[in-house]
Design a protein around this ligand. Structure first.
Ligand SMILES: [Fe+2]
Length: 337
C-alpha cells in the first residue's frame, strides 16, 4: 500500500473549501500511483468540518479509513500548530479528528496555540497517532523540546517538500532524531497541489485499514520510503501553480474554473470514434411476419429519425427477417460533421 502520510485537501487554509478542487486532488493522487493518503488538513483551515463532512458523504467506511469511489483510501488526520513553533500531525477516525478539532477551537490563532505539552495532553486522551511534521523546517522548534516530551510522539515525518529542497540534510537530521527517540520515520509530501503527489511515499507490504494496524506496521518497519528523482521538479511546479492560483483568486478570479475549465475544455475536439458515433446511427427493426408490416416499421423508424436530424442511407434485411437501418446526420450550418 503506497501511502502519503502528509497531505492537504485544499489549496490554502484561508481559501474556501471547493468540492471540485478536492475531487480533482484525490483523482490526481490516484493517478500518481498512490493507494492511500493521510489527509492532514490544517486544524485552522476554513471549513475544516465541511471538508470532512463532504468526504464522509462521498466515501465508504472501511475500518478507520474512508474509501473513495476511485479506490483511494483516506486516513483522516489534522496538522496542528504549537506555541513553540512547529507542526504536529494527528491520525485517527474521522469522528475523533472532528472532535479534536472542536476541542482546539479556542487555540486556532497565533498567540493562542497550545504548547506541545498541552497539545499532547489533549491528544493522549484519544486513540490517535501523533507525529512531528517536517521537524527541521525553518521556523520550527520541535527538535529543541525536552526529550521527555518528544518521547510522547509516535512518528516523525520525512517531509517531501523539505527533502526536495535539501534531501541530504532532511534525511540525515530526521533519521538521526528518529534513531535518538526510537520512533519510526515515515514519508509525507505535504502537498496542497496535485503535482507534488508521489514525490515521496511510504510503501507498506500490505493494505492497512485501521489506525492500530498502521501503528503496528510502522513499529515493525514493514515499509520503505520512496523518494522520486523528480521530487525537486514536482515541488517547484506545485509551488508555482499554488502561487498562481492564489494570485488568480486575489485578483477576483475563480481559480477552480481556471484550473479545471469546468468541462469547457473537454471534448472541444471529438475523437474519431465520437465523430463516427455522432454522424451515424443504426437501428434494428424486429422480426415481422409480413412484408407490409416490416415496411411500416421501417417507415416509422425513418420518420422518427428525420425529426432528430438523420436521413436513412441503407436498409439490410437479415435471414432472421430483422431489418438493419443505417442513418446519417444531415449536414446543417449548425453542425460541422
Ligand atoms: Fe502540511
Amino acid at each position: 500500500m503506497k501511502l502519503d502520510f502528509h497531505t492537504h485537501g485544499k489549496l490554502a487554509k484561508r481559501l474556501p473549501f471547493s468540492t471540485q478542487y478536492t475531487d480533482w486532488l484525490f483523482d490526481e493522487a490516484k493517478n500518481a500511483g498512490l493507494d492511500a493518503l493521510c489527509l492532514t488538513e490544517h486544524f485552522n483551515t476554513l471549513q475544516f468540518d465541511e471538508l470532512y463532512g463532504y468526504l464522509t458523504y462521498k466515501s465508504k467506511r472501511e475500518g478507520d479509513t474512508l474509501l473513495l469511489e476511485n479506490g483511494l483510501r483516506i486516513f483522516p488526520g489534522m496538522e496542528t500548530d504549537i506555541a513553540e513553533g512547529g507542526h504536529v500531525l494527528t491520525l485517527g477516525t474521522v469522528e475523533t479528528i472532528m472532535e479534536l478539532n472542536q476541542r482546539l477551537a479556542p487555540h486556532k490563532v497565533p498567540g493562542n496555540f497550545l504548547s506541545f505539552e498541552k497539545l499532547m495532553d489533549l491528544f493522549r486522551e484519544f486513540d490517535v497517532l501523533v507525529g512531528a511534521a517536517h521537524p527541521y523546517r525553518t521556523g520550527g522548534h520541535i527538535p529543541e523540546l525536552p526529550l521527555e516530551q518528544l518521547s510522547r510522539l509516535d512518528f516523525l515525518d520525512l517531509n517531501g517538500k523539505d527533502a526536495a529542497e535539501n534531501r541530504e540534510r532532511t534525511e540525515q537530521s530526521t533519521y538521526a532524531l528518529g534513531k535518538q527517540l526510537k520512533k519510526p520515520v515515515v514519508g509525507g509530501s505535504d502537498t496542497h497541489q496535485a503535482a507534488q503527489y508521489g514525490c515521496i511515499y511510504t510503501d507498506f507490504d500490505k493494505d492497512i485499514l485501521t489506525i492500530p494496524e498502521l501503528y503496528r506496521q510502522m513499529r515493525a518497519g514493514h515499509y520503505q520510503i520512496i523518494i522520486s528523482e523528480k521530487a525537486p521538479f514536482q515541488v517547484k511546479t506545485a509551488c508555482v501553480l499554488k502561487r498562481s492560483l492564489k494570485e488568480i483568486r486575489a485578483l477576483g478570479g475563480d481559480y477552480v474554473e481556471v484550473l479545471l475549465g469546468n468541462g469547457k475544455d473537454k471534448n472541444t475536439v471529438p475523437s474519431l470514434n465520437e465523430c463516427i458515433a455522432a454522424t451515424h446511427k443504426t437501428i434494428v427493426i424486429d422480426y415481422a411476419p409480413k412484408a407490409k408490416q416490416m415496411a411500416e416499421r421501417i417507415e416509422e423508424a425513418a420518420n422518427e429519425m428525420v425529426l432528430k436530424g438523420f436521413e436513412l442511407v441503407s436498409v439490410t434485411t437479415t435471414p432472421s427477417a430483422k431489418g438493419i437501418l443505417v442513418f446519417k446526420k444531415v449536414r446543417t450550418s449548425k453542425n460541422t460533421f
